[in-house]
Design a protein around this ligand. Structure first.
Ligand code: G1P
Length: 295
């Protein structure tokens, strides 16, 4: 029996990943590796570190590789065992630790993030649940962000979402919150709006892909109409949750990479490669020679 306040985390992975074509033509953007681990594995590890045991993937077409990644690979394991490659065998087996369940549900139409989350309702049931957007990779010094949200939720029982400050001109890429004059990292949200123009944005505090929500949000998602882009926005359901139950924002400390963008993806690759135990120092030397050559 899992005593954690958070049992289930939802991973919406049905998006097309058009910003990474042609790499994402036949394989999911969530399988893009940062050094040697796919983005979705960082996300699942974060959910497990927050105490979750049930991983719900909301998938779409061309996403089979995600299911295969978290499945057991008999041929590979047998081959590695026969060749005595114990370290690699452990690495492969650790992709999904004992006691963790993966469940898959298909989002049949691309109707937006809110619709994707709603597809997970039958699997989540009437419990609080997390949402992690795998292309928002967050590197924290100590506790991963979802764990921080779970701790705050355990104390308050209120839905909570992670935010960070962005340059004003980037508000049109994010959900943006108004928290008034914040005093510390945790604040009650007054209002939230999806992708506002910089001129009308209530602040420069952007929602990044970590949410811990009460199941009440499903009721709101069921009655949320598509916006002008034809998408059911999670943000719109959260706006109604704010009015009824209150929702908190948590400004995390850590480095966020929007790995749906090529530049941030490359920055993440460099930072994680420099910190990698196997290649870190050799890569640092390489970068130094590279920088000198370009001087
Ligand atoms: C989604 C959400 C948005 C949030 C963002 C974080 O947008 O709708 O509110 O700020 O994720 O990455 P998307 O990036 O899917 O367009």
């Amino acid at each position: 029996m899992n005593s954690s306040i958070l049992d289930t985390v939802v991973f919406p992975v049905a998006g097309l990943g058009t910003r990474f074509l042609p790499a994402t033509k036949a394989s999911p953007k969530e399988m893009l590796p940062i050094v040697d681990k796919p983005l979705i594995q960082y996300a699942v590890e974060e959910a497990i570190a927050a105490g979750a045991r049930t991983m719900v993937f909301v998938t779409g077409r061309a996403k089979r590789a995600i299911e295969d990644h978290f499945d057991m690979s008999y041929e590979l394991e047998t081959e590695l065992a026969t060749r005595g490659k114990q370290r690699l065998l452990d690495l492969v087996r650790d992709v999904l630790p004992e006691g963790i369940n993966c469940v898959y549900v298909r989002q049949r139409q691309a109707l937006g993030l809110g619709h994707a989350v709603l597809c997970a309702k039958p699997l989540v049931g009437n419990r609080p649940f997390g949402v992690i957007l795998a292309d928002d990779l967050i590197n924290t010094r100590d506790k991963p962000v979802m764990r921080q949200l779970a701790e705050q939720f355990a104390a308050s029982g209120r839905s909570i979402i992670s935010i960070k400050r962005v340059a004003r001109e980037r508000t049109r890429q994010y959900g943006v919150v108004d928290i008034g004059d914040a005093d510390g990292p945790l604040s009650a949200i007054r209002s939230i709006v999806e992708k506002p123009e910089p001129s009308s944005a209530p602040s420069n505090l952007a929602v990044v892909g970590r949410y811990l929500l009460t199941p009440r949000v499903f009721g709101f998602l069921e009655t949320t109409l598509p916006d002008h882009r034809g998408e059911i926005q999670l943000t719109d359901a959260i706006a109604r949750l704010i009015d009824e139950q209150g929702v908190d924002a948590y400004e995390f400390s850590g480095t966020h990479y929007d790995c749906g963008s090529k530049l941030d993806y490359l920055k993440a690759t460099v930072d994680y490669a420099l910190a990698h135990p196997e290649v870190g120092s050799a890569f640092a030397e390489f970068l130094q020679t590279k920088v000198k050559c370009n001087d």
